[in-house]
Design a protein around this ligand. Structure first.
Ligand SMILES: [Zn+2]
Length: 189
């Protein structure tokens, strides 16, 4: 993933073509080498920023890269079915879900119940930062990072399947932060 992100930044991507027209591997079966829990943001197309192709990444996308039961279930499915040994929680700079949650915490903006189900899971990452005297920009940056770390911790601690795989040295769960500006992914753990 590190090499793929570097190719993406350098403009030297491998230009995969869709099988059977091109050179992409046969996709009858899948054997993804990583699971990515990323944000839905249209500016963060996950295969593209890691220069990966069909069958490489098992991706779950949801605003704010939060961990809710269906995300956890999808990850458990991939670990059990494909023996994938890496989970990456991928957040990004200027995340709209993080900004919306900050706005809700500070200005008490009203959201729909469906949106609350997302922001309620981001709030624990933000509330401790609200009175820390950070500028708006610093607060958003710190909140993005804290939210990534909290999602990693939730995955590591709340799923018996994930816990067992980690204990048996079959799985690693790490966080990463994508910069919209530079295109670089900073692996946090
Ligand atoms: Zn986002």
């Amino acid at each position: 993933m590190v090499d793929g992100n570097q190719r993406f930044i350098d403009g030297t991507t491998l230009h995969y073509k869709f099988y059977p027209h091109g050179d992409t591997k046969d996709i009858q079966d899948q054997e993804p080498f990583a699971i990515v829990l990323g944000c839905s943001d249209s500016r963060v197309p996950i295969e593209t920023i890691f220069d990966q192709s069909f069958g490489d990444l098992f991706i779950i996308r949801i605003a704010g890269n939060i961990v809710a039961p269906s995300q956890m279930g999808s990850i458990e499915f991939a670990i059990s079915k494909f023996k994938t040994s890496l989970v990456v929680v991928l957040g990004h700079s200027n995340c709209g879900a993080i900004s919306a949650t900050i706005d809700e915490c500070i200005n008490k903006t009203h959201l729909s119940n469906s949106l609350y189900s997302i922001t309620d899971r981001i709030k624990p990452s933000i509330l401790p930062l609200i009175d820390s005297g950070l500028s708006n920009h610093e607060l958003t940056h710190k909140a993005v990072e804290t939210n990534i770390i909290n999602s990693v911790k939730q995955l590591q601690s709340q799923s018996p399947i994930i816990k067992r795989a980690i204990k048996n040295n079959k799985l690693e769960v790490i966080g990463a932060n994508y910069s919209l500006k530079s295109g670089a992914v900073d692996f946090l753990t």
